[in-house]
Ligand binder design. Structure first.
Ligand SMILES: Nc1ncnc2c1ncn2[C@@H]1O[C@H](COP(=O)(O)OP(=O)(O)OP(=O)(O)O)[C@@H](O)[C@H]1O
Ligand SMILES: [Mg+2]
Length: 170
C-alpha cells in the first residue's frame, strides 16, 4: 500500500538490486531468484520489472490454466510498458499425477499451447515434498532420493541449460 504513491513504484526492486550489486564489494552475484506471491500485485510487477526471465510453476488443475493466461497477459503488459527484455524461461508442471485424467489433459493442453516453453521435467505429486516443511528442511535435504527431489534436480539442469542458451545471459 505504501508503494502506491512512491516514485518509480514499479522499479523499487530493480533499483534496490542494482544498488546491491554495487555495494557488495567483492561479492559476485550471478543469479538472483525472486519468489513471487501467487496474486498479481505491485510486488509481482516489481519482480517482473527487475527480472530478465520468468519461470511459471503450474499446478495440473483446471483453474491453473486460467491463471496461466492471466499471467501471460501481465507479462505482455510489463514487456510493452516497463521491461521490454522480459523473457519467459519456461512453464513447469507440478503436482503431476500420471494416474489422473485431468493431469494428463492439462499437460496436453499446456504443451499444445506453449510447446518447447514447457520443461520436459514434471514435478510429481509427492508426499515427501509436503512433509519437508514440517521438518523445517528444504525437500532436497529432507529426502534427496524421493521422486520429487529427483525431479527438482532434473528441472534445475534444464533451467541451467536454457539460461546458457539465452543470448543476454551471463
Ligand atoms: N510436488 C509436490 N507434492 C506434494 N505436495 C507438494 C508438492 N509441491 C508442493 N507441495 C505442498 O504444497 C505446499 C505449498 O507449496 P509451495 O510453498 O511450493 O507453493 P506456493 O505456490 O509457492 O505457495 P505460496 O503461495 O504460499 O508461496 C507445500 O508446503 C507442500 O506441502
Ligand atoms: Mg511460494
Amino acid at each position: 500500500i505504501e508503494l502506491i504513491d512512491a516514485d518509480r513504484r514499479h522499479f523499487r526492486l530493480a533499483d534496490a538490486l542494482e544498488e546491491f550489486g554495487e555495494s557488495e564489494k567483492g561479492a559476485v552475484v550471478t543469479y538472483v531468484l525472486i519468489d513471487c506471491p501467487p496474486s498479481l500485485s505491485l510486488l509481482t510487477v516489481n519482480a517482473l520489472a527487475a527480472a530478465q526471465a520468468v519461470i511459471i510453476p503450474l499446478q495440473c488443475e483446471f483453474f491453473a490454466l486460467e491463471g496461466l493466461s492471466q499471467i501471460m497477459r501481465t507479462i505482455e503488459t510489463v514487456r510493452t510498458r516497463i521491461n521490454p527484455a522480459l523473457d519467459l524461461q519456461g512453464v513447469v508442471l507440478t503436482m503431476h499425477d500420471r494416474r489422473n485424467n485431468l493431469t494428463n489433459q492439462v499437460e496436453e493442453d499446456v504443451r499444445g499451447h506453449f510447446g518447447d516453453k514447457v520443461y520436459r521435467t514434471v514435478i510429481p505429486r509427492n508426499v515427501r515434498i509436503s512433509e519437508a516443511p514440517s521438518h523445517g528442511k528444504p525437500a532436497l535435504l529432507y529426502d534427496l532420493k524421493c521422486p520429487g527431489s529427483q525431479a527438482y534436480i532434473q528441472l534445475a539442469s534444464e533451467v541451467i541449460q536454457r539460461e546458457r542458451a539465452r543470448p543476454q545471459a551471463a
